[in-house]
Design a protein around this ligand. Structure first.
Ligand SMILES: [Zn+2]
Length: 415
């Protein structure tokens, strides 16, 4: 099972100083900052997925790339841009159109040739055909067909046909991946049949981001009945990854997901992964960066000086705890005192005690935890939060490969 990580230009500064919370004075982002695959013990994804709207921007959003980065990507190609060719690594690259960015439009905003220019120009290994997301799902296959759903599926199939023809005519080196869009198990299966007839042997199932796990599963079962043995499936944008290993028997060869990374700073409980369980990260928001706290200070309800003192005490206690100078008790007291100010009535002492007691960062071999220490479990600012996200990618990749190995040996996964 191959795991593609969707790029969003997430990097860390390896020389960042947690004490002063500063980067070195002469840091040059493009030269000094590092992607997850460069700082983890080993690259924790088999591929990178790069979306055209993330690179070029789309409509109101300007994308994640600066103008200079965009030019570098086109000039150097995707492999050199991401520094992917290191000894012992094998990271593939996949280009896509980020259909959710334009899902509300009548038709996709790109022409087939524009998209091929992007894939071919950057030198991707795989290129995904242009698709249009269907905003609805009926797992029973019983509801009357909605005209817009059928239109979007037909358009997606037409674009896939053009895409394959044009890519062949232009002698492109990337492998074309056809997208199946559907609104039900049967309609997904029919789209797969049509793509196979066109000649596609690598087919991505799109529009699955909002689907529940059982809805994906019934769709995969319907597709499995019509899938040729030599057709591989890719799942585009999976948010819950627990079931994904089991889907290899239904023809799923790869998927992409941002969840392990994003949960580090988006989830309200599963922020820091370990092999056995997930932990809540320790919240120490910046007084300056916290909207609620700022409002309270501006309204004169909380003295700014007191807030900053409590915040700084948390950071000092956490660093002290990590090097054995502070007790868990004192550290928790500081965290609770500041927490009461930031989010009154929300007591996280118990969850924080669990992570301080286990100290999972002290035994983690990801390559980040050993360097960042306790800072990796602190929910605060982009340098800490992204490090935790990268760490999660490492743990997720391990869970994935261990489960696959266990399955290959025929040993049941322990409950
Ligand atoms: Zn780690």
């Amino acid at each position: 099972m191959r795991f593609f990580f969707p790029d969003s230009q997430d990097q860390i500064d390896p020389a960042y100083d947690f004490g002063s919370e500063q980067s070195p004075e002469f840091r040059v982002r493009q030269r000094d900052d590092r992607y997850a695959h460069e700082v983890l013990q080993h690259p924790s994804y088999t591929g990178l997925l790069v979306s055209k709207p993330i690179v070029d921007g789309y409509a109101a959003s300007s994308g994640k790339y600066t103008m200079a980065q965009r030019h570098r990507l086109y000039r150097l190609g995707v492999r050199r841009f991401f520094r992917l060719d290191q000894p012992g690594w094998s990271i593939s690259t996949m280009g896509d159109c980020g259909a959710f960015n334009y899902a509300r439009e009548e038709v996709p905003p790109y022409s087939v040739d524009e998209v091929i220019d992007f894939y071919d120009g950057c030198g991707f290994d795989y290129g995904i055909s242009i698709d249009h997301v269907i905003l609805g799902f009926d797992e029973t296959d019983a509801a009357p067909e909605v005209a817009d759903w059928a239109d979007r599926q037909r358009l997606t199939l037409e674009l896939a046909g053009d895409f394959l023809r044009r890519a062949k005519l232009r002698h492109c080196s990337f492998e074309p991946v056809g997208v199946a869009q559907g609104w039900s198990p049967r309609s997904y299966a029919e789209a797969v049949v049509e793509l196979q007839r066109m000649g596609y042997r690598y087919i991505a199932l799109g529009g699955m981001v909002p689907l529940k796990t059982f809805q994906i599963e019934v769709s995969l079962r319907a597709v499995a009945d019509r899938r040729r043995p030599d057709t591989s499936l890719h799942l585009l944008g999976i948010t819950r990854c627990d079931q994904v290993q089991g889907w290899s028997r239904l023809g799923v060869a790869s998927f992409d997901s941002t969840s392990p990374f994003r949960q580090a700073f988006k989830d309200d409980k599963d922020n820091y992964y370990t092999a056995k369980r997930n932990y809540l990260a320790i919240r120490v928001p910046q007084v300056e960066g916290n909207a609620r706290l700022k409002a309270q200070i501006n309204a004169g309800r909380i003295p700014q000086k007191a807030a900053v003192e409590l915040e700084q005490r948390c950071l000092k206690q956490l660093a002290g705890f990590d090097n054995g100078e502070s007790t868990a008790q004192d550290t928790l007291d500081a965290l609770v005192a500041y927490g009461n100010l930031v989010e009154p009535g929300r007591d996280r002492r118990e969850s924080y005690a669990e992570v301080l007691d286990a100290q999972p960062w002290k035994v983690c071999p990801c390559g980040i935890c050993a360097q960042a220490g306790i800072q990796v479990v602190v929910f605060r600012g982009t340098e800490r939060n992204k490090r935790r996200g990268f760490h999660n990618l490492f743990v997720f990749h391990r869970r994935l490969s261990e489960n696959l190995e266990r399955k290959a040996r025929g040993v049941a996964r322990p409950a």
